[in-house]
Design a protein. Structure first.
Length: 499
């Protein structure tokens, strides 16, 4: 089954009230346009063409690596988008037949029939419908090809069809045309079967008939929907494929984006639940589409898993946790923390309220505890950073213990510098390690020390000023303070005394 896909993503989306392109808004951390493109690719579309227009500088970087981009300079409707993509469609058809543009006799040659006797098909999708599935796209294309239809329209039923084009059928229940709401009569507006904006056309028939479109409508645009009526008038078969309304939900406002996010959240979470993931409350867990979770992972409420995060079996994440583009091993505990581009090997404990920044590697059995921040550092097997510490550009060996409040001073105002701490070392509380510095294995630093020089294996490093004691100072200090307050109070009473 050969078909191409064209994704319409040129619209402005004024109801979003945003300087951001509508299709660049994200759903579960993924741009709307990417949901549609990825669904088409998963449906094994031979090629995907994306038509961009408004704020295209925001949209093109999202799709240029794996789709063919066509720019619609003047946004004159969905039919116009097909017109400007005509040459690209012809080129893709010739390419799929193993021919080059130079072998065509005429630049405007229409698509040819394939060896299996079927003409190429074109699936048309809207870039703001992220809930459509690959299965629905493939089924739509298969329905059009198996019926030999000139076009197959993807439709859905809505109790409140406001805003959608209506599917108009004749007395034999055959689809005869699609009417936009602005151009519909009261009787037509009462129809509940709606146009989803997705179609599958016989490519040759579409390109031949798109030339006949005009702009005689309320919007002054070339409606792709008008082709349906033209095809019917010519006696060409037009069919419909009914799907659930959720899949065809378009995003035109922030409220609709929130509704679609909730729908996708439930869909994604249901898949993971079926695969053996535990969620105390699935409504309070958000998982991105590219996240991978093994069975027996447990996710607690208010946890966000984004990007390409992978989590192995037995790990517990949350509550109040955000993980982005991380790899988490087996039997890890991540509580009330933020992790970005970090790697946790098996049996790692993290949090509560830890922040693991990009480049952090936690080796097996290590710990990053309460109010700990780690960046671009490796914490060795069994090593612990229990609380109130910062490690930046640091290499810890095995079984190192970092005392409370200890930090590596990795930035000198110009560049980042490295700290290395050997196996089994004990870093006392509130130790400042001024990089670049190396602390050997089996060493100890005294609490409150500022370590600026390398420390050899097995040594104790202490850096402190001598403690001075002034006997009786505190008692005399309290007396002075007390006398001062008494004198001030006496002066206030004299001022308030009546003359």
């Amino acid at each position: 089954m050969a078909f191409f896909t064209i994704v319409l993503a040129a619209g402005e989306g004024t109801r979003m009230r945003s300087t951001r392109a509508k299709v660049a808004h994200e759903l579960l951390g993924k741009p709307l346009i990417r949901w549609v493109v990825d669904a088409a690719k998963s449906a094994e579309s031979d090629a995907v063409i994306t038509v961009v227009g408004h704020a295209r500088e925001q949209v093109i970087p999202l799709i240029e690596n794996d789709t063919i981009v066509v720019v619609q300079e003047q946004r004159l409707g969905t039919g116009h988008a097909i017109m400007i993509a005509r040459e690209t469609l012809l080129e893709q058809e010739q390419k799929s037949l193993g021919q080059t543009r130079e072998t065509r006799e005429h630049k405007t040659q229409e698509p040819e029939a394939r060896e299996d006797g079927r003409a190429a098909s074109l699936v048309v999708l809207c870039g703001d419908t992220p809930l459509i599935t690959a299965q629905t796209i493939a089924t739509l294309a298969a329905s059009q090809q198996e019926d030999g239809a000139a076009a197959c329209v993807l439709t859905h039923i809505l109790d409140d069809p406001t805003g959608y084009g209506r599917i108009i059928r004749d007395e034999k229940d055959a689809l005869v045309r699609i009417v936009e709401e602005k151009d519909a009569t009261p009787a037509e507006r009462a129809v509940k079967e709606c146009n989803s904006g997705a179609y599958c056309f016989d490519l040759a028939i579409l390109l031949e008939n798109v030339r006949e479109l005009d702009k005689n409508n309320a919007q002054g645009e070339y409606y792709l929907t008008d082709i349906i009526e033209k095809l019917v008038a010519k006696g060409l078969p037009v069919t419909a494929h009914l799907t659930d309304a959720e899949q065809t939900q378009g995003i035109n406002s922030r409220a609709q984006l929130a509704q679609a996010t909730k729908a996708m959240q439930r869909r994604v979470n249901a898949t993971h639940l079926d695969a053996g993931v535990t969620m105390l409350d699935p409504e309070l867990v958000w998982i991105g589409p590219d996240v991978s979770l093994e069975h027996d992972v447990e996710i607690l409420p208010l946890t966000f898993l984004n990007g390409t995060t992978r989590v192995a079996r037995g790990s517990v994440l949350g509550p109040n946790t955000r993980v982005t583009d991380c790899v988490i091993g087996k039997d890890c505990q991540v509580e009330e923390s933020v992790l970005v581009e970090a790697v946790l090997e098996d049996g790692v404990s993290c949090g509560p309220r830890a922040y693991l920044r990009p480049g952090t590697v936690m080796k097996a059995g290590s710990k990053a505890g309460t109010h700990v921040e780690i960046k671009n550092s490796t914490v060795g097997p069994g090593s612990k950073v229990p609380h109130l510490s910062y490690l930046g550009d640091t290499q810890l060996g095995e079984d190192v213990n970092i005392g409370a409040g200890a930090i590596t001073c990795n930035y000198d105002g110009f560049s980042k510098n490295q700290t290395t701490i050997g196996d089994r070392s004990f870093i006392g509380s509130d130790t400042m390690l001024v990089a670049p510095v190396t602390v050997g294995s089996d060493t100890v630093t005294g609490a409150g020390s500022v370590i600026t020089d390398d420390v050899p294996d097995g040594a104790l490093a202490v850096e402190r000023t001598r403690q001075h004691i002034v006997k009786g100072w505190a008692r005399e200090h309290v007396k002075k303070k007390t006398r001062g307050r008494e004198m001030k109070s006496s002066r206030m009473r004299k001022k308030e005394k009546p003359q």
